[in-house]
Design a protein around this ligand. Structure first.
Ligand code: GLP
Length: 240
């Protein structure tokens, strides 16, 4: 299903309602969130609706799709800090029910396995709000990632890496990477809402929806998901 909203506020509201609607249906839902410029507004909108409308959320779990590896989690560009600032603290979700992949670890492989095992223990992902990279990436699953991939440590996009190095004055020898759910983990979510806004996303939105399903464009796999909604603003939908 494709939903197109004319304005950014209408887009944020519609996306926020996906989260609050899911909580109304099932207050103990397991809900995955993505960070970036697309999702900040919808997170803040969801937080206001949850407070104003007393949306039930007993035992809800919130988690992040991916995380920057090699930085402190308190860094403003870490997904942990972004999600805490945008929604988690405002809706009063405590650390035990806010699950994130680690920014720092002596064994990312072990932690990734523990993370997905914990999501399964809580019943699996009910709703996953997914951002989309301009090259079609989902989380840190860059073009070429196998569709069978699971949660793991991988590379980050060179542009993002350069920005973080600049912001934190990190030398080249300091390790940076991305930890992310894999494509297989993403496809296991019962329900997905892919969110994209802005004219810079128009080409990739067209490619993931109208192009072939191919590992060259990770987002194209969503054509095969049985319950994925594509929520777009008018600019992102302009080439459909
Ligand atoms: C980053 C994040 C993704 C996010 C994507 C889109 O790569 N790792 O989780 O979906 O950016 O970001 P934006 O919404 O800023 O375009």
């Amino acid at each position: 299903m494709i939903t197109i909203k004319d304005t950014v506020p209408a887009f944020d509201l519609a996306a926020a309602r996906k989260i609050t609607g899911q909580l109304c249906l099932k207050p103990d839902s397991v809900i995955g969130l993505s960070t970036g410029r697309t999702t900040g507004g919808l997170h803040r909108e969801a937080a206001s609706i949850i407070a104003e409308e007393h949306i039930p959320m007993q035992n809800a779990t919130f988690f992040g799709l991916d995380e920057v590896a090699g930085v402190p989690k308190e860094y403003s560009g870490a997904c942990y800090t972004m999600l805490k600032d945008e929604i988690i603290d405002a809706i009063g979700v405590g650390e035990p029910d806010f699950l994130m992949l680690p920014t720092e670890s002596d064994d990312f492989d072990r932690d990734c396995k523990a993370f997905t095992a914990e999501l399964s223990r809580r019943g699996g992902i009910d709703l996953l709000i997914l951002g989309l990279g301009e090259n079609g990436h989902l989380g840190f699953n860059q073009p070429g990632t196998r569709f069978e991939s699971t949660a793991r440590l991988t590379n980050m996009h060179p542009e993002l890496e350069a920005r973080i190095r600049r912001e934190l004055s990190l030398p080249q020898e300091h390790f940076l990477g991305g930890v992310t759910l894999g494509i297989k983990d993403i496809m296991r979510a019962r329900r997905i809402v892919l969110v994209a806004k802005g004219a810079h996303k128009a080409r990739i939105v067209r490619d993931i929806l109208r192009g072939p399903v191919s590992t060259a464009v990770p987002g194209s796999i969503l054509q095969l998901h049985p319950c994925c909604e594509f929520l777009l603003d008018a600019a992102a939908a302009s080439l459909l």
